[in-house]
Design a protein around this ligand. Structure first.
Ligand code: PHE
Length: 369
């Protein structure tokens, strides 16, 4: 700064910075090991009592008109000090491998292995997955084995064997996600896409299962009584999404078939299940008469929630027609079945009021659970 109109204050400030950066060059050039380097680093660039910090405070004493020039000078001095520090770092971390001096430059050289690491942010299970695990655990203790069934089903398992005949309104294509199989897209169908070659055997209509009751059939078809199973998984219905509906949700299905099973067993198991889940004193369940083609009698299951009742799903005694369809003898064995919404339980547990929040996959929301 040699211009004549430079103020004394600014000149002094600049001189002290020149002195500081010269001292820094010297000090950093002289350090011989990491400990000395660290000492020099703190001396010059320490955030609390470093010399740079002290010099920066001198900025306040410079005349207002000189502030921009002084600021610029300070930044230059700071850059020079930091460059000297970096050069010393590179020099000290230079590794000598069998006579070949290889210099670790850039990022590698400034890597300090003595610094504590940055912790990884661990993910965790989705709240619905946690609910499913808890349910399996509780029902497992009541003696129920968890089994799985396919999400793509045929009409036999989703309807027919469950006593839902072809004319039943529950089979309406508008209420189910049918898949575009060869039959569904037969010649003449308006939205025909290239299908299997002409003359191929007509395929069975397939759909995304609308209920986990399909698994009852699959289990009974392949196992003689007694059976005591639960099945947890996704089901699909073309519902418009709102606070309590979503086109995909999860159900827990329970099935117990043995000699002399009664409605009282059903209520005990459901009560025990809900009480183990939410705590004994809080939870009450109630049955309301209802109708399902595959149970007789049938009930809706409600659980108390926020001063009212929340519908959990359906249940009932397995209809003799269903037992016959899978080759069981309804004179020999009886059974109960239930199907409850997993999201409903999960929402009650966490006080979640909108099911859509579970599937927007906003980690800020999900990480709370
Ligand atoms: N499958 C029925 C539903 O999805 C629920 C249910 C299961 C009812 C088992 C009775 C017995 O609504």
């Amino acid at each position: 700064m040699t211009t004549s109109n430079v103020s004394d204050g600014l000149r002094e400030f600049c001189a002290s910075l020149d002195e500081l950066s010269a001292a820094a060059q010297q000090a950093f050039a002289a350090v011989a090991d990491a400990a000395a380097l660290e000492e020099a680093r703190v001396d010059f660039t320490g955030a609390k009592a470093g010399k740079l910090k002290a010099a920066q405070q001198g900025l306040g004493k410079v005349d207002k008109a000189d502030k921009p020039a002084a600021g610029k000078k300070f930044n230059e001095a700071k850059a020079a000090v930091e460059a000297a520090l970096e050069a010393a770092r590179v020099r000290i971390h230079t590794v000598d491998i069998s006579g070949v001096s290889s210099t670790l430059t850039g990022a590698l050289a400034s890597f300090d292995p003595t610094q504590p690491g940055r912790p990884f942010r661990l993910g965790h299970l989705h709240p619905v997955t946690q609910t499913i695990a808890d349910m399996k655990d509780i029902m497992g203790r009541l003696g129920f084995t968890a089994v799985e069934g396919p999400e793509i089903e045929d009409e036999w398992h989703n309807f027919e064997a469950l006593n839902i005949p072809a004319i039943h309104p529950a089979r309406d294509p508008l209420d189910n996600f049918y898949l575009a199989t060869a039959t569904a897209l037969a010649p003449g169908s308006s939205n025909r896409v290239p299908g299997p070659a002409a003359g191929a055997a007509p395929e069975k209509p397939l759909l995304l299962r609308s209920q986990t009751s399909t698994v009852q059939i699959r289990v009974m078809e392949s196992t003689p009584p007694p059976v005591r199973i639960i099945s947890l998984g996704r089901v699909y219905r073309p519902d418009t999404a709102d606070a309590t509906h979503y086109p995909m949700f999860h159900q827990i299905e329970g099935l117990l078939v043995d000699r002399g099973v009664t409605m009282a067993d059903l209520k005990s198991v459901l009560r025990l299940f809900c009480q183990s889940y939410f705590g004994k004193d809080e939870v009450h369940i109630r049955f309301r008469p209802s109708f399902f083609p595959f149970t007789e009698p049938s009930v809706e299951v409600d659980m108390n929630w926020q001063g009212g009742w929340m519908e959990m799903g359906g249940a009932g005694m397995v209809d003799p027609n269903v037992l016959r369809a899978v080759g069981y003898d309804p004179e020999e064995v009886t059974g109960f079945a239930f199907g409850l919404g997993v999201e409903r339980v999960c929402m009650r547990q966490h006080g979640i009021t909108d099911i859509r929040a579970l599937y927007e996959n906003d980690v800020r929301f999900l990480s709370q659970f």
